[in-house]
Design a protein around this ligand. Structure first.
Ligand SMILES: C[S@@+](CC[C@H](N)C(=O)[O-])C[C@H]1O[C@@H](n2cnc3c(N)ncnc32)[C@H](O)[C@@H]1O
Length: 283
């Protein structure tokens, strides 16, 4: 997934990440619906009206929240102008533009003036912040007293490949993930942080924590192949020099658009991932 540094890169990277984030929302739609249902139940009554999606990206969470909280409006906040532009276009297409407000802001620089909100959603965004406790303190201040934060973080990137790929190299995906973890340790130090204690340090009362496991098995929609291809391409960029030449060659073969056993055309992909969600209240 992108870091904020990636967004200074040329438009191609934004276009690919935009497609990947949208596919994430599409392929993992059932999981997202489960998390928003959980958030809705914990938020209680009256139903939250003003929601904030921190690090909204292209709106995966924003649109899931709009579906779940039918009377609410959502402020989608992100540092990326292209993501927010895409999100606004989607809101128009879906006829919900009147319920969506976008704010472009770099939360490492300063918290924008947003007015009080009833519920904050932050999915896979907090680990990108330079100082998560500072940002979480800003989030708490933006929430009305009693308001709820639902923070979701990645335990791991999705896995797609069957054990027997038919092209040799058993264990290829596990080796990719191990190499990726090394790369992440260097580049994204807050990935996998102890969010419960960071939330407490930021003044939140942590109410509960829940692991959501996704395990989608074949047959899956064709978009799964594209999702796997873009995800593993993203993974591939960090693996140069961290994986053997034979593994890299096998990965490149899987990523090839034309090959019949490439990710776009395989019928044996699954999608396995886990995400952990914390629900924390502004006391
Ligand atoms: C992995 S994406 C997650 C997007 C979305 N929440 C989702 O679940 O699909 C992380 C998002 O955080 C945003 N982001 C990273 N650092 C940020 C910062 N300092 N201020 C605002 N947004 C930031 C990125 O632009 C990106 O859209």
């Amino acid at each position: 997934m992108a870091t904020h540094h990636d967004h200074s890169a040329a438009g191609t990277d934004d276009a690919v990440m935009t497609e990947l984030l949208d596919l994430d929302g599409e392929v993992l739609h059932a999981y997202l619906s489960e998390v928003t249902a959980w958030g809705r139940q914990l938020a209680g009554d009256p139903e939250p009206r003003h929601l904030l999606d921190v690090g909204s990206g292209t709106g995966t969470g924003t649109f899931a929240l709009l579906e779940r909280f039918e009377k609410a409006d959502v402020t989608a906040l992100d540092m990326s102008a292209p993501y927010l532009h895409h999100l606004r276009n989607k809101a128009h297409e879906r006829g919900v533009a009147h319920r969506v407000h976008t704010v472009q802001a770099d939360l490492d620089a300063a918290w924008p003036d947003l007015g009080p909100v009833d519920l904050v959603w932050a999915a896979s965004s907090l680990h990108h912040m330079a100082d998560p406790v500072r940002t979480l303190t800003d989030v708490r201040t933006a929430l009305r007293p009693g308001g709820l934060l639902v923070a979701v973080e990645l335990d791991s990137f999705p896995r797609f490949l069957p054990d027997d790929l038919g092209i040799g190299r058993p264990g290829l995906e596990a080796r990719c993930h191990a190499a990726l973890a090394e790369e992440h340790n260097a580049r994204l130090p807050h990935l996998g942080a102890d969010w419960g204690s960071l939330l407490t340090r930021a003044g939140f009362a942590v109410e509960t924590e829940r692991v959501f496991a996704v395990d989608l098995t074949p047959p899956l929609p064709v978009s799964t192949g594209r999702y796997a291809q873009l995800s593993l391409r993203r993974v591939r960029t960090g693996l140069e020099g961290r994986l053997s030449a034979d593994d890299l060659a096998a990965l490149d073969a899987l990523l090839d658009d034309e090959r019949p056993d490439g990710l776009l055309r395989r019928g044996d992909l699954h999608v396995r991932t886990t995400r952990t969600a914390w629900a924390a209240r502004h006391p």
